[in-house]
Ligand binder design. Structure first.
Ligand code: AHR
Length: 489
C-alpha cells in the first residue's frame, strides 16, 4: 500500500475513533436523568380525622381523587390538583349507600367507567361488599348502584375489596373469615365484569405468622402493585386496634391465581410502626402514580399514639416508595408528621420528570433515532440505556390523553400525516397539541400500559414483534398484545 493511501487509511481510523469518542461522551454527558420536578411540599397527615382511614387516592386528568372510610351511609370524595391541597379540599357526597358504617372504599377506572367498591352493614344481614359504576369518565360521578358482590357462601361477610388485573383477566381480592378456621384471611375471586364474581372467593393467605397475629390475627386491606410484569399483593396484617397493624406482601409466582400455591408470602413485614417518628399502626393503604408517571407513592392511615385503635383517630399519610435492586418495592418507614415532603413529580405547574417507554415484547426502549432533532425524524426501539433520546416527558392534555415529548429532540410523538390505517408511521414533529400528538395511556395490567393515538385510534406498536435494536415502531389496531404494551418508568 502506498504511503499516501496508508495515511488516508490512518486518518479514516482516527476520524472514526474521534466520532466514536464524541458519541460516547455525548451519551455520557446527556445520560443524566433530569431531577424529578416535585409538586408543592406538604407534611402528613394530608387528610385529617374523621373520614381519613383506609384511603384510596388516584390521579386522573389533572386531579387527585380521594375516598376513605366515613362510618356513615355516605361515600364522600375530595378532589385536588396537588397532594398538598387535599387537606382543605371539600368533601363532596358522591353516593348515599342505604347501609351504615361505610368502610374502605376502593376507587378504580376500568375502561371508560369508574367503579367504587365498599362495605356497609345492612339490617338483617352481615357486612358485605357493594359496587357502584360511574355514568362517565368523571370520578365524581354520578354513580349507579350495581349491587352486592356474591363473594362468600350464604351471603357471607366480605370487606376491603380491591381489583387485580392479571393475565388479561380481572379479579377481586378481599378479606373474609374462613369457614375452616375462622381466621380473617385474604381471598380472591374471578370477575366476569367489574360488578360480577364468576365464582366465590378462594383463600390465598391466612394470618399464620407471628407478626400477623398481634392484637388479633388478621389479613385485610389488600392492594395490587405491579411493575415490569411482576405482581405483588400487599396487605394489612395484625389487628387495626393496636399499634402493630402493618403491611405484608405476597408475590404471584405464576399458575392459577385462585390457588394459594400460586403466591408466596414475604417472611417479614414491608411497612410497620415507627415509634421514633410517632407513627403507630400504619396500614390499609393504596398506591398511586405521580402526575408525570415517574414516581410511585403510597397512601396509608396511621395513629399518632400507640394507644389509639381502629376508630376515627386514624389519619391519611402519603410518601414516595422506591424499588429494590431485585425489583421488589421498598416502602421505607412511615415518616413523622413534622417531616416536610416535596410533592409528587409533575403536579400542577411543576415540570414533569421524563420517563422511558419500554416495550414488553422486545424489552427495547422508545428512542429518537440517530439523536435527530428535525421535525419528521423517526423513532425506533433501541437497547435501553438511559440516554436523553429515550427520555420522554408526559404532559397531560385532556380526557386522559398525553403529549409525549422527547427530551433530546424536544419534538412530540406524532401520528405521521394524520394516518388512520394500521401500519401507519409514528414519527416526531414540532409539538402543536393537535390530536395526532395526543396519546391515551391506559392500564394493560401487570405494570404495563397501552398508548392509543387520539386521531387514528390505533396503538403504539412494536412492528412485527421485532426484538432487534433499531426495530420500527408504528401504529396498529389496538389488540392488547405484548407488542403494544409499554412499561412507563
Ligand atoms: O376501617 C374500617 C375497617 O377496619 C376496614 O375495612 C378494615 O381494613 C379495618 O380493619
Amino acid at each position: 500500500m502506498s504511503s499516501t493511501r496508508r495515511q488516508t487509511a490512518v486518518r479514516r481510523i482516527l476520524l472514526f475513533a474521534l466520532a466514536l469518542v464524541t458519541a460516547m461522551s455525548t451519551h455520557l454527558i446527556s445520560t443524566g436523568r433530569a431531577e424529578a420536578a416535585p409538586g408543592p411540599s406538604f407534611t402528613n397527615p394530608v387528610v385529617g380525622a374523621p373520614n381519613s382511614a383506609d384511603p384510596t387516592l388516584v390521579f386522573h386528568e389533572g386531579f387527585y381523587y380521594y375516598v376513605a372510610t366515613t362510618w356513615t351511609s355516605d361515600i364522600v370524595m375530595r378532589r385536588s390538583a396537588t397532594v398538598a391541597g387535599l387537606h382543605d379540599a371539600a368533601e363532596q357526597l358522591v353516593f348515599r349507600s342505604g347501609g351504615t358504617g361505610m368502610w374502605a372504599p376502593h376507587l378504580e377506572m376500568i375502561g371508560d367507567r369508574w367503579y367504587l367498591y365498599y362495605s356497609v352493614e345492612q339490617t338483617g344481614g352481615p357486612r358485605r361488599t357493594h359496587v357502584l359504576e360511574s355514568s362517565g369518565r368523571d370520578p365524581l360521578g354520578p354513580y349507579t348502584d350495581r349491587g352486592i358482590m356474591d363473594l362468600m357462601p350464604d351471603n357471607g361477610w366480605a370487606i376491603d375489596a380491591s381489583l387485580l388485573r392479571l393475565g388479561g383477566n380481572l379479579y377481586m381480592t378481599f378479606s373474609a373469615f374462613s369457614p375452616q378456621d375462622n381466621l380473617q384471611s385474604l381471598y380472591i375471586a374471578p370477575l366476569s365484569n367489574p360488578w360480577t364474581a364468576s365464582a366465590r372467593g378462594t383463600r390465598i393467605s391466612a394470618p399464620t405468622l407471628a407478626w400477623e397475629r398481634q392484637d388479633g390475627a388478621v389479613n385485610e386491606g389488600s392492594f395490587a402493585l405491579q411493575r415490569g410484569g411482576r405482581t405483588f399483593l400487599t396487605y394489612s396484617a395484625s389487628h387495626c386496634n393496636g399499634p402493630n397493624y402493618k403491611l405484608g406482601m405476597l408475590e404471584y409466582r405464576g399458575g392459577d391465581p385462585l390457588l394459594a400455591s400460586s403466591w408466596t408470602k414475604q417472611a417479614n413485614p414491608i411497612f410497620q410502626r415507627n415509634d421514633a417518628a410517632g407513627v403507630f399502626g400504619p396500614g390499609h393503604h393504596s398506591f398511586f402514580t405521580s402526575p408525570d408517571g415517574s414516581e410511585t407513592w403510597i397512601a396509608y392511615h396511621a395513629n399518632s399514639s400507640a394507644s389509639q385503635g381502629c376508630g376515627t383517630t386514624r389519619t391519611t399519610r402519603v410518601q414516595k416508595i422506591s424499588w429494590n435492586a431485585d425489583g421488589t418495592p421498598n416502602l421505607g418507614v412511615p415518616v413523622s408528621t413534622t417531616t416536610a415532603l416535596p410533592g409528587p413529580s409533575g403536579e400542577a405547574g411543576a415540570a414533569a420528570a421524563p420517563v422511558t417507554l419500554r416495550n414488553r415484547h422486545s424489552k427495547l426502549c422508545l428512542d429518537d433515532r440517530d439523536w435527530a432533532t428535525a421535525p419528521g425524524s423517526a423513532v425506533q426501539q433501541w437497547t435501553c440505556g438511559g440516554a436523553t433520546v429515550q427520555d420522554w416527558h408526559l404532559t397531560p392534555a385532556s380526557n386522559g390523553y398525553y403529549q409525549v415529548r422527547n427530551r433530546h429532540s424536544g419534538l412530540c410523538l406524532d401520528n405521521y400525516n394524520f394516518a388512520t390505517t394500521p401500519g401507519s408511521e409514528v414519527r416526531q414533529w414540532t409539538c402543536n397539541g393537535n390530536n395526532a400528538q395526543q396519546w391515551r395511556i391506559s392500564a394493560a395490567g401487570e405494570g404495563f400500559s397501552t398508548l392509543a393515538n387520539r386521531h387514528s385510534g390505533l396503538c403504539l406498536d412494536n412492528y412485527n414483534f421485532a426484538t432487534t435494536p433499531g426495530s420500527e415502531v408504528r401504529q396498529w389496531t389496538c389488540n392488547g398484545n405484548n407488542a403494544q404494551q409499554w412499561s412507563i418508568a
